[in-house]
Design a protein around this ligand. Structure first.
Ligand code: ATP
Length: 305
């Protein structure tokens, strides 16, 4: 009994950590099958309408634990092909939106719909096929660079992998290593920097070419040149896709079609960068502070001033 309990308990912890960081999807799927926290309905249909995948959060309420509500009656829309960016202090619920859209958890009030379909009514495999995630901290498999990029679309040709790596601006780095695309990475191989790992994640996503994208911006420090370059590459990936961007820096959100300013699980303000500046509210205040504080300063730090 004890022998059985320990591994299951360990898997539970591992599963929670994985869900938290939106990272190692492979392990997660295997564990998901065991835990069945979120399961397909018997009549689940494949997600359709992906030519126009408008995403809508409709009066969404959510709590990880019943005693502590995290999101309160939250509604917004990401029109097909547009980008909505979410900013706000640490703990305001930004990443929770991403976890709910990917259906790591089910909402407790309201619904999330893609092209008019409640995501609880579609198969999880079709939902996850339609969504690409560039997480904060990409976990790499202990395998070759080629495998790690191809993970976005198993069966992709080497030419396609290289094309994705070029577009994510990681090709030159890979080519400079002695074994090129066959270089082993991960814990037991070549260690990549935070920026390089995010580029691998971007290349994976480019290869997968999903109609919906979730980008959880890294909170870890990247130097500002790297940060700007990654933002540029991300814009390339997001072009024409329905994208939810969890931003930790205001500089990332300037071009979004809509910016949501969150606080304590509620949307405090919404609009384009120009509209929010004109409103002269919280966002405008943060922007002014950030300008004084110098480029690259973190939204979360500014918010807590
Ligand atoms: P950050 O900018 O620091 O990433 P965030 O705005 O993305 O923060 P979330 O990660 O969405 O915030 O967390 C919102 C709240 O939910 C926080 O108070 C957090 O402690 C809580 N929370 C997150 N994950 C869990 C969990 N698995 N169980 C219980 N509470 C959780």
């Amino acid at each position: 009994m004890i022998q059985l309990y320990i591994p299951l308990n360990f898997l539970g912890v591992l599963y929670r950590e994985i869900k938290q960081s939106l990272t190692d999807l492979d392990k997660m799927f295997a564990l998901m099958a065991r835990e069945r926290e979120v399961a397909d309905r018997t009549d689940a249909q494949p997600l359709g309408g992906l030519a126009q995948p408008t995403v809508r959060f409709e009066h969404v309420g959510f709590a990880y634990e019943p005693a502590r509500p995290i999101l309160h009656d939250l509604s917004f829309e990401i029109p097909a092909g547009k980008t909505v960016a979410v900013v706000g202090p640490s703990g305001s619920g930004k990443s929770t939106l991403a976890r709910l859209l990917y259906r790591f958890y089910d909402v407790q009030q309201g619904r999330i719909a893609i092209a008019g379909q409640d995501i609880r009514e579609v198969t999880q495999s079709s939902l996850r096929q339609a969504i690409g995630i560039v997480p904060q901290d990409t976990v790499l498999f202990n395998d070759t660079v080629e495998y790690n990029i191809a993970y976005g679309r198993p069966g992709a040709s080497h030419a396609e992998i290289e094309e994705a790596a070029r577009a994510a601006r990681i090709h030159d780095f890979i080519a400079s290593t002695p074994k090129g695309y066959q270089t082993m990475v991960g814990e037991r191989g070549l260690k990549l920097s935070g920026g390089e790992k995010q580029r691998v994640a971007i290349a994976r996503t480019l290869l997968k070419d999903p109609p919906i994208l979730i980008f959880d911006e890294a909170t870890s420090a990247l130097d500002s040149a790297n940060e700007r370059a990654i933002q540029g590459e991300l814009q390339g990936v997001a072009r024409g896709k329905t994208a939810l961007v969890i931003a930790h820096r205001l500089s990332t959100v300037v071009d979004a079609h809509q910016i949501l300013v969150m606080e304590a699980g509620r949307i405090l303000e919404r609009g384009t960068h120009a509209e929010l500046l004109a409103q002269g509210g919280r966002y405008a205040e943060m922007w002014a502070l950030q300008q004084q504080g110098g480029e690259g300063e973190r939204f979360v730090e500014v918010m807590s001033l």
